[in-house]
Design a protein around this ligand. Structure first.
Ligand SMILES: [Ca+2]
Length: 175
């Protein structure tokens, strides 16, 4: 665990640049502020170049913006989709998430018939219960070795249909 660090807050929009310095004492929290509105733009813009957030550059069915949040290397990269799982009492979605979304937002929705979906609930930065009863567990990124957050979203099976069907999906917005 780094005890100190230096954030790149220069004008280049250095979303991926963060360097540790060997222990110079002090403790633990580094607050990094990126120049979202400066040259280089948001973390998404830095990743995407000219690829539009809502477009699907590689035609794999996952919009560029969502692919970025889920850790894709670039707009042409096929992202690893959330892995669904069942845990007693929950439908779970497990996925990687970039640690700095900038102004972008990630939401979860659920349905028991694939027709009517719940109101989107924003997935918070850290572990929390949101939308009344959706549990979010976040293991924060620890760059450079662990570049992305490890996120598990737990949707209670109380939202399932009488036949026991329950579906979850993610949605991203740029702002
Ligand atoms: Ca895509």
């Amino acid at each position: 665990m780094a005890t100190s660090g230096t954030a790149n807050t220069g004008s280049g929009g250095g979303a991926s640049l963060w360097s540790d310095k060997p222990g110079s004492g002090g403790s633990g929290i580094v607050i990094v502020r990126y120049p979202y509105s400066g040259p280089g733009g948001s973390p998404y813009d830095t990743w995407a170049g000219s690829a539009v957030f809502t477009d699907d550059a590689n035609g794999d069915g996952v919009a560029n913006g969502l692919a970025w949040i889920l850790g894709a290397a670039g707009p042409s990269d096929h992202v690893v989709l959330p892995a669904p799982g069942t845990e007693t009492g929950f439908l779970t979605l497990h996925f990687a998430r970039v640690p700095d979304q900038g102004p972008a937002k990630l939401y979860v929705e659920y349905s028991n018939d694939l027709s009517t979906w719940s109101t989107p609930v924003e997935i918070p930065a850290g572990s929390d219960t949101v939308g009344g009863d959706i549990e979010v567990v976040v293991i924060p990124a620890s760059p450079p070795g662990v570049p992305n957050d490890d996120v598990t979203v737990k949707i209670p099976t109380s939202h399932a249909s009488g036949a026991g069907k329950l579906f979850g999906r993610l949605m991203a917005t740029e702002n």
